[in-house]
Design a binder for this molecule. Structure first.
Ligand code: 5GP
Length: 205
């Protein structure tokens, strides 16, 4: 027996500054069957960001070369930059039984959920809009102008949470990470994901 289940495709979204990176860092550190997909972006790298690890930082031309060659699973424009998920390694990871997490904004999330209805969707919300504003200011990553853009974007994004199956409030990184792992474990136990296993049990009995 010992058949390996196909991994889950997870769409993980939430407004800018809600803490998606910190929560995912915790989640990814706890298990090695969880993989974060590395996106393409035309945004300039922030201090400390590494090409190939945080993002593939590319020009607009390079970005659309990938799109036009059919190798982008989804893409969207967000605050004046393009972001997209490359197809490349995703199927290989899923076939190997690994779960692939896409940390993407809501328009991209919508495209993925339309193409892959079986994907698991999670939306991370801040405890309050005030808290979100403070976090964006305190992290000192963006200029005042960009922060204002991201806050107005945040409200619009939170409205999109209705497209997601699970909503998680980020009041504590540890608790959020725990909830995400429980959701992933539960999703693996859904009958439709266990069907192949059940068949095998019955056939080899
Ligand atoms: P940031 O510039 O703060 O790194 O990301 C801005 C937004 O783009 C975030 O909400 C992030 O989740 C989203 N994002 C990152 N990669 C992708 C991607 O490949 N596709 C889409 N649609 N959004 C992405």
């Amino acid at each position: 027996m010992g058949m390996k289940q196909r991994g889950l495709l997870v769409v993980f979204s939430g407004p800018s500054g809600v803490g998606k990176d910190s929560v995912l860092k915790k989640v990814l550190a706890s298990r090695d069957d969880l993989k974060l997909s590395v996106s393409y972006t035309t945004r300039k790298p922030r201090d400390g960001e590494v090409h190939g690890k945080d993002y593939y930082f590319v020009s607009k031309e390079e970005f659309f070369d990938v799109v036009n060659s059919g190798q982008m699973l989804e893409y969207a424009e967000y605050c004046g930059n393009y972001y997209g998920t490359p197809l490349s390694t995703i199927n290989k990871e899923l076939d190997a039984g690994n779960t692939v997490i896409l940390e993407i904004e809501v328009q991209g999330g919508e495209q993925i959920l339309r193409k892959f209805p079986d994907a698991v969707s999670m939306f991370l919300v801040p405890p309050s809009l005030e808290e979100l504003t403070n976090r964006l200011k305190n992290r000192n990553l963006d200029s005042q102008e960009i922060i204002l853009k991201r806050i107005s974007e945040a409200k619009r994004e939170i409205e999109f949470s209705c497209n997601y199956k699970y909503v998680i409030i980020n009041d504590s990184i540890d608790e959020c990470a725990g909830k995400i792992l429980k959701i992933i474990d539960s999703e693996f136990c859904l009958f439709r994901r266990m069907q192949e296993y059940i068949k095998e049990v019955l056939n080899n009995g």
